[in-house]
Design a binder for this molecule. Structure first.
Ligand SMILES: Nc1ncnc2c1ncn2[C@@H]1O[C@H](COP(=O)(O)OP(=O)(O)O)[C@@H](O)[C@H]1O
Ligand SMILES: [Mg+2]
Length: 418
């Protein structure tokens, strides 16, 4: 049994340094018992490996609740949501009290499953049992509806000291001798993530019955932290060695296609010499060809060539090494995609407002009404202003419809209001 499972806290006292979150949960559960809760759900949030799942499980064990658990980023979500909805809607009976745990709700993918969040909201509205959700980052846009119905309870990133406390406990129970420096090193590298710390300890112990600083250094590489695109570009274009350029390419959470877009836009930023630029584009285009062939043939062996070309190939197109720091800029292509998305949102919002007022469908508004509005808003601002007032359209939408004439329309709106 992996240690991260074996050493899960069994009692809330085993959960280290999360006293505020503990107390809040306990008070809230008590309020539930007395039928006095304001919000029927809690959204417990904090960094990975700080004990979110463990805390809920430990509370259930300590206070003898049955735990109904669903991992929201699971692919079998539809079935699971039904199962959870059923469990949530039943009153506690002979089977005893229950807690519903919706783990990792930030794993819900709004594109793959548009109804996921709505389904959970329904469950929360109708629940007769306390619901606890967890998330690393609850502030993502698609989670807003969940934030509205739940009370947010934060958990802390664990300190090195906390991590060491838990590791020492494990060493004792495994009869493992550890150099103090070794545990400190693991704790430092974990950045408060106990899951990765416990995994590192287990890996070091598997190598050697005595955990030394050297074994720790051998098994626990600093986790490949995800880099922001501009950090990765900076590293890639300035790498001194082939392997650094290669690592930079794989250090972001972008797809290779997306990273190619970033590199593509930045070659002229980093290179001034036309020959260097030409060689860089040559390498990048080869990477693109390899990626295209992978898609066609599913031959993933080609991936290493693609990476070699887009990273080292581009970075070593230079004729001489010179450190180049360049200000980050967002690729035009990605900006355009973002604007297209924004535009879709505006169309959607406008259709929402107008469809009911015009007694027609949103689809008709989008296909037949909006194009006319666009003409009116760009050609006849005075008339456009009347429409704005009549339908109470927000300024944002006016700007979108009128484009460069937005100012004219808005000044007529001002006059009209007077
Ligand atoms: N505060 C804590 N006290 C004790 N053990 C913890 C704590 N936080 C995490 N752990 C341990 O780390 C592992 C991962 O914890 P988990 O609760 O799954 O983290 P999260 O859900 O926040 O990502 C578990 O094995 C657990 O035993
Ligand atoms: Mg968890």
């Amino acid at each position: 049994m992996p240690w991260i499972i074996k050493y899960r806290p069994k009692h809330i006292n085993d959960v280290v340094n999360q006293d505020e979150a503990k107390q809040k949960l306990i008070n809230w559960l008590k309020a539930w018992e007395e039928g006095k809760v304001e919000k029927k759900a809690i959204l417990l949030h904090g960094p990975a490996g700080c004990g979110k799942t463990s805390l809920v499980e430990a509370i259930a064990k300590t206070f003898k609740y049955q735990l109904f658990e669903m991992n929201a980023s699971d692919s079998r979500r539809k079935v699971d949501i039904e199962r959870i909805a059923k469990a949530a809607s039943q009153t506690a009976g002979i089977m005893g009290r229950r807690i519903i745990l919706l783990d990792e709700v930030d794993g819900l993918d709004p594109r793959a499953d548009a109804g996921g969040v709505e389904a959970l909201i329904e469950v929360i509205k109708n629940t007769r049992n306390p619901i606890i959700m967890t998330a690393n980052n609850p502030y993502q846009e698609h989670l807003r509806p969940l934030r509205d119905v739940a009370e947010l309870v934060p958990m802390k990133r664990l300190s090195e000291r906390d991590v060491i406390t838990v590791l020492e406990r494990i060493c004792k129970s495994e009869n493992l001798y550890c150099e103090p420096g070794a545990l400190r090193e693991i704790a430092k590298r974990s950045e408060g993530d106990l899951r990765s710390a416990i995994n590192d300890l287990e890996a070091a112990a598997a190598l050697n019955k005595k955990v030394t600083l050297d074994t720790v250094k051998a098994v626990s590489t600093y986790r490949n932290r995800v880099h922001a695109p501009w950090e990765a570009l900076q590293k890639m274009f300035n790498s001194s060695y082939i392997f650094q350029a290669r690592e930079a390419v794989t250090s972001t959470d972008l797809t290779h296609d997306e990273f190619i877009t970033w590199i593509n836009e930045h070659i002229p930023t980093y290179y001034e010499n036309p020959e260097e630029m030409w060689r860089a584009y040559e390498a990048l285009s080869r990477a693109d060809i390899y990626l295209g062939r992978i898609v066609k043939t599913q031959n993933w062996d080609l991936l290493s060539y693609a990476i070699e070309m887009m990273g080292p190939g581009v970075a070593f197109a230079r004729t001489a090494y010179k450190y180049r720091w360049k200000a980050f800029k967002m690729p035009e292509k990605i900006k355009l995609l973002a604007e297209a998305k924004k535009s879709r949102e505006y169309r959607e919002a406008l259709a929402e407002v107008l469809a009911s007022r015009l007694l027609t469908s949103k689809a008709i508004v989008k296909s037949d009404v909006i194009p006319y509005l666009r003409v009116i808003f760009t050609q006849n601002p005075a008339y456009a202003a009347k429409i704005v007032l009549g339908y109470k359209l927000p300024e944002e939408l006016v700007k979108w419809l009128a484009g460069t004439r937005a100012k004219d329309v808005l000044s007529y709106v001002k006059k009209g209001k007077k």
